[in-house]
Design a binder for this molecule. Structure first.
Ligand SMILES: NC(=O)c1ccc[n+]([C@@H]2O[C@H](COP(=O)([O-])OP(=O)(O)OC[C@H]3O[C@@H](n4cnc5c(N)ncnc54)[C@H](O)[C@@H]3O)[C@@H](O)[C@H]2O)c1
Ligand SMILES: O=C(O)C(=O)C[C@@H](O)[C@H](O)[C@H](O)COP(=O)(O)O
Ligand SMILES: [Zn+2]
Length: 366
């Protein structure tokens, strides 16, 4: 492990939609790192009211030599704003500035900004190029990679969206220095996820380095971001539109999305809901015979050490089932869960409602 001086590069292989993920320190300020971004007359940097004051000027200065006009837009901050109204602010800005089919959108922020900018890019004039500049740990290890874009609906998480790939992902690790501790923990949830579903050696490494990650040790963060991007790129490269394998990336999300929408978006962070959802999904995996109690305890302990909740909120068992039926993996009203078949390998399975109720009864606050 070493602190990165020049960017490391992970490729996501998707034929003509392939693109690089660059990982390094201080990339935002270096124009040459944006060489993979398409050339155009104009660009629109979309950020939010928290991130823009920190990093938008630096990005704008960096892009000034590549585009004749670099426009800026600040969205309201928060998961509660991942909606139609906020999405429309992006279309308003694109039209107001006379942006054309070649205009490049830059998503500067966490997963909320990235998911919305990606969806706007997929839709404006039926598709314009976009670049992900993720500034949260969660966005660097997961949401900026793979082309899932969406907004929420009051009835269901990420229900309206498109698969649409960015042209470049630029993970500037230096931006993580300003991230609140709670958001760092949220990012760790998606990092931990890659262990049980794909790579138990990485899980072992996270266990051994969780204190360094929590302390933002630069070398530990650099390794975690790189390995996470490698795993996500490998999975998405085999199944871009989630016809099979890609669903493993949803481990913990069936329970997690129910927590997020059931509480009203924003009360629990996405990463918190996923952390707790993974513990519930591991208990379900145990009942289905994929893992033993020791594995469930091991995962739960790591989630807790990452500063994440492991007891789910008391929404009511029937309400959980109702919320989980809205999940995109459901078919003909049957909920399907990502479960661990054996440590390091996952698959999508259905489970009897009685079993799911037992798991929830055990894992929810009373
Ligand atoms: N598309 C995908 O594949 C995918 C994957 C995982 C999650 N997601 C989505 O991503 C969203 C969660 O993303 P998130 O955890 O990044 O949340 P977020 O985008 O809400 O960002 C978290 C908070 O940190 C602030 N912030 C961002 N960068 C900062 C920085 N460098 N310094 C200080 N503050 C900073 C933001 O303003 C926000 O308040 C959810 O909507 C989730 O559904 C999508
Ligand atoms: O990229 C994927 O595929 C994922 O499932 C990654 C998840 O971490 C992410 O939260 C995703 O947005 C969930 O997808 P959804 O299809 O359940 O909305
Ligand atoms: Zn997620």
């Amino acid at each position: 492990m070493s602190v990165l001086l020049s960017p490391e590069r992970v490729e996501i292989q998707l034929g003509e939609r392939s693109y690089p993920i660059l990982i390094g320190n201080g990339l935002l300020g270096e124009p040459r790192h944006f060489d993979a971004a398409p050339a155009a007359a104009s660009a629109l940097i979309v950020s939010n009211t928290t991130v823009a004051p920190l990093y938008a000027r630096a990005l704008r200065d960096t892009l000034a030599g590549r585009f004749q006009a670099v426009h800026m837009l600040e969205l309201p901050d928060g998961e509660a704003h991942k909606d139609w109204q906020t999405l429309n602010l992006i279309f308003d800005a694109l039209l107001r500035h006379g942006c054309d089919r070649k205009t490049v959108l830059f998503a500067l922020g966490g997963g909320v900004v990235g998911d919305m900018v990606g969806f706007a890019a997929a839709s404006y004039m039926r598709g314009v190029p976009f670049v992900q500049v993720p500034t949260t740990l969660l966005a660097q290890v997961d949401s900026s990679v793979g082309g899932k874009t969406a907004i929420n609906h009051p009835l269901g998480k990420n229900m309206i969206g498109a698969f649409y790939q960015p042209r470049l992902v630029m993970c500037d690790l230096a931006t993580l220095s300003t991230l609140p501790a709670r958001e760092l923990s949220a990012g760790l949830a998606e990092i931990i996820k890659y262990g049980p579903i794909y790579d138990m050696a990485f899980f072992d490494w996270i266990e051994a380095n969780i204190d360094a990650l929590m302390a933002r040790d630069p070398a530990a963060l650099a390794h975690a971001v790189r390995r996470s991007c490698e795993i996500k790129a490998a999975v998405v490269g085999q199944d871009e539109r989630e016809t099979g394998l890609r669903a493993i990336l949803n481990f913990g999300h069936t329970f997690g999305h129910a927590i997020e929408s059931g509480l009203g978006y924003g009360e629990w962070l996405h990463g918190e809901a996923v952390g707790c959802g993974m513990v519930l999904a591991a208990r379900l995996s145990q009942r289905l015979g994929g893992v033993d109690e020791a594995f469930v305890q091991r995962l739960s302990a790591l989630v807790e050490r990452a500063g994440l909740p492991v007891v789910a909120p008391a929404l009511g068992l029937e309400r959980y089932l109702e919320l989980m039926r809205i999940d995109k993996k459901s078919e003909a009203g049957e909920i399907r869960f990502v479960v661990i078949d054996q440590p390091g390998s996952a698959a999508m399975r259905s489970a009897p409602d009685t079993m799911v109720r037992e798991v929830l009864a055990q894992g929810c606050a009373s």
